[in-house]
Design a protein around this ligand. Structure first.
Ligand SMILES: *Cc1c(COP(=O)(O)O)cnc(C)c1O
Length: 406
């Protein structure tokens, strides 16, 4: 094994994404190796003893650490500018670990209301059973965050841009509130990607990703990662993961390491496409509202410019005629697929009210701005002219149908 790569960022992100964190075997392979192994053999009993008492930092068991998984973790640290990280089996395993590893009965968690459904479930259902209380606030409102802090508040949690209506939360503003409260700010950075938003530089303590999304970007494997400072990772996160075991498989880590090599190119192209589609949607007569942080019509456009390098690969918009209009658009699409994932190279259209957010009560959906006419589009790598034709064709049918009905 090569010696541990330096944790100092030495190159720009696109370069680190190709070369960062490689652990080469004695064969000096070019492409990262997949170490599909559970355990590791020791040359002697003394060597095994040294591995277990920490004198020798080598690998012990793949539930604790694995060379291919370590390559993925190291490459992500270089990209994020984080001291340490741990990869896990899915995005939800990452969110659960980031919260549960550091909370105990009597603690309080303060979070924005516009969260991915399962993140909300962890906070409102699971943690509550173990005596952790919570408050949900309107993430856009910094005063609400400040007022929500109690002496027991240990963690602040947010997602920005949020799913599905791409609301933003001021990360630096909330980080300052967390700092004053002596609490940790955890940011779910899936929608912005590590390329376009850097929560740690804005004062967050921990960043979590579903690697299932843009990091894989090709709809293949599930994965998640938690990134933070070394002291917290070693003291809190690592023991929790080691003993509960939501480990990332070496196979998935290998797919993700290879996917990182192309992530910058993919996400840039997907964002180019999204910007062009957003510009078409904003003026379309069948569209009543566009939600895109990279477009000046977004109510938090100034904040978007301040904390995001670019506006995301995700677009949301509301069409006329509610659910019927939204379904007509979905069903007329020929290029974009109807599904619920995001960040894929294939464009995906989602109707949140009847799928990802179906479980919410109507008044909860209304509070989050998820009307029956809202659609979420994850923009892929197709030729943007084909995507534009597909979308305009679908929207024109809605407009034509309405005229016929009038
Ligand atoms: C998908 C997603 C998750 C969960 O990730 P999985 O890999 O599906 O477990 C968490 N947060 C956000 C914002 C997501 O989009």
């Amino acid at each position: 094994m090569a010696s541990d790569p330096s944790k100092d960022r030495r190159f720009r992100p696109a370069t680190e994404l190709v070369h960062g964190g490689i652990l080469r075997s004695q064969f000096s392979e070019m492409s990262e190796a997949m170490f599909l192994t559970q355990g590791f053999a020791y040359p002697s009993a003394e060597a095994a003893e040294a591995r277990f008492n920490g004198e020798d930092p080598g690998f012990v068991y793949s539930r604790y650490a694995n060379p291919t998984v370590s390559m993925f973790e190291e490459r992500m640290c270089l990209l994020e500018g984080a001291e340490a990280s741990r990869a896990v089996a899915s995005g939800m395993a990452a969110v659960a670990a980031a919260l549960i590893s550091d909370l105990k009965a009597g603690d309080h968690i303060l979070a924005s209301r516009a969260l991915f459904g399962s993140c909300l479930y962890i906070i409102t259902d699971i943690l509550g059973r173990y005596g952790v209380s919570y408050t949900l606030v309107d993430g856009k409102d910094l005063d609400a965050w400040a007022k929500g802090v109690t002496p027991e508040t240990k963690v602040l949690f947010l997602e920005t841009p949020s799913n599905p209506t791409l609301e933003l939360v001021d990360i630096a503003g909330v980080a300052e509130i967390a700092r004053k409260a002596g609490a940790r700010l955890v940011v779910d950075n899936v929608f912005a990607t590590p390329l376009y938003q850097r929560p740690l530089e804005l004062g967050a303590h921990t960043v979590v990703y579903s690697a299932t999304k843009h990091i894989d970007g090709q709809g293949r494997v599930l994965g998640g990662i938690v990134l933070s400072d070394e002291e917290w990772v070693e003291a809190k996160l690592a023991p929790y993961l080691k003993h509960t075991g939501p480990s990332m498989s070496a196979f998935n880590a290998w797919a993700l390491v290879k996917a990182l090599e192309t992530m910058e190119v993919r996400v840039a192209r997907q964002t180019d496409n999204a910007e062009k589609l957003a510009a078409l949607l904003v003026d379309h007569p069948a569209v009543t509202r566009l939600y895109y942080p990279g477009h000046e019509s977004h109510p938090q456009y100034e904040l978007a410019k301040r904390q995001m390098k670019r506006g995301s690969t995700m677009i949301a918009f509301e069409v006329k005629n509610g659910k019927a209009g939204a379904f007509a658009v979905c069903n007329a699409l020929e290029v974009a697929k109807i599904s619920n994932n995001l960040g894929d190279s294939k464009s995906i259209m989602t109707h949140p009210a009847t799928t990802t957010h179906q479980r919410l009560k109507p008044e909860e959906r209304a509070m989050l701005g998820i009307s029956d006419g809202v659609l979420r589009l994850s923009v892929g790598l197709e030729d943007v002219a084909d995507l534009a034709d597909d979308l305009l064709n679908a929207l024109d049918r809605v407009a034509a149908r309405r005229q016929a009905a009038e």
